[in-house]
Design a protein around this ligand. Structure first.
Ligand code: SF4
Length: 346
């Protein structure tokens, strides 16, 4: 008989399971709490269960731990990047970042990604498969256990396009938010999309309450399609309309992420196009100076970053510059995986 994986189970599912083996409902709440809040590594650690009951649980269930195969720590110690091996041999990455009092975990939602953005190492892997709810939650549990702390914020900005694994990402986020478990609140969880228009509208209609970030990265269709092929399917006009729809329906501000790359999307005409595009849109803009990983592109100059910031502030919107954390380790999504593969082959 195959064992039931309890990592990723909701409280209701645990209640059903306990009922199915003749146990009272409160046992489910205990299991939920020990698994997600106390972050046990083994059923035997649940001291409120009798030895006999623990043996029965071990016979019938298993925990979906992920194996850490590599971990890189930035020189300042504030960024930790984890490479996990899944049970089927695939790899995924998660990143833990400290910034003042914020402790943010960046989670993967898929193995690889089908969208092939030209600046992204994960895009080069192609799409392998979606992560299950259990695998998404197991990443977080493993990172928090390794770091010995809680997370204040979560971002779905690791490997994969979260909106192409919509149900599992939303279900995982709901589970992560449960007050008897990991307990990261909705407004502390950000889901980042490359700009899938139907899913942005669905997210708005469902009023999920999580924060939304959209990778914009260019203000004209030709440049954006070059950087992000998904733009050919959902061009800028459709994307902006969907983003406006989201802010009207949800009444929440969303963030446009703009990866600033020297000579590609940091020209004077780019900022002018961007100002035109964003006029009247209720949003924040996050400028992320490109962190070169090979010879293909270069980082923007400080003057250009300042110029973009100044010009966008004229729109009376919130604009910030996010320096990439962990620039000395392979902290952009998909880079640790490629590094690991290269090492194995050398
Ligand atoms: S940036 Fe995101 S959406 Fe684009 S290829 Fe990478 S993982 Fe996929």
């Amino acid at each position: 008989m195959s064992k039931i994986n309890i990592t990723g189970m909701t409280l209701e599912e645990m209640e059903e399971f306990m009922a199915s083996i003749g146990q009272p409902t409160f046992r489910a709440k205990q299991l939920f709490n020990w698994l997600y809040k106390r972050r046990i590594s083994d059923i035997d650690e649940i001291t409120v269960f009798s030895k006999k009951f623990r043996s029965e649980l071990k016979e019938k269930t298993e925990m979906g731990h992920l194996e850490i195969v590599d971990r890189q720590i930035s020189a300042d110690g504030e960024t930790n990047k984890f490479l996990f091996r899944l049970r089927d041999g695939h790899f995924i990455e998660s990143v833990f970042m400290v910034d003042g009092k914020r402790r943010t975990v960046c989670l993967s939602s898929q193995v690889g990604c089908a969208l092939g953005c030209s600046f992204c190492a994960t895009g080069r892997m192609g799409f392998k498969r979606n992560l299950s709810v259990g695998e998404i939650v197991a990443q977080l549990l493993a990172v928090l256990k390794a770091m010995g702390t809680d997370a204040t914020n979560l971002v779905f900005m690791g490997m994969g396009e979260p909106f192409l694994n919509y149900e599992n990402v939303i279900n995982a986020a709901t589970l992560i938010g449960h007050s008897d478990g990991i307990a990261v609140g909705r407004r502390k969880i950000t889901i980042s999309t490359a700009g899938l228009v139907p899913q942005i509208k669905r997210f708005a209609d469902e009023n999920q309450g999580y924060k939304l970030a959209i990778s914009l990265n260019a203000a004209d269709d030709a440049t954006r399609s070059e950087l992000m092929p998904i733009n050919k399917k959902y061009p800028l006009r459709q994307l902006i309309d969907a983003a406006k729809y989201y802010s009207e329906r949800s009444r929440h501000l969303f963030t446009f992420e703009y990866l600033l790359i020297a000579g590609v999307n940091d020209r004077k005409k780019d900022v002018e196009n961007l100002k035109k595009l964003l006029r009247g849109v209720r949003c924040k803009v996050n400028i992320i100076p490109y962190n070169p990983t090979d010879d293909r592109w270069e980082a923007p100059t400080e003057e250009t970053i300042e110029y973009f910031l100044r010009e966008l502030l004229k729109l009376h919107i919130i604009v910030s510059v996010r320096r990439s954390k962990g620039a000395d380790i392979d902290a952009a999504c998909g880079q640790l995986y490629h590094f690991y593969q290269d090492e194995k082959q050398s």
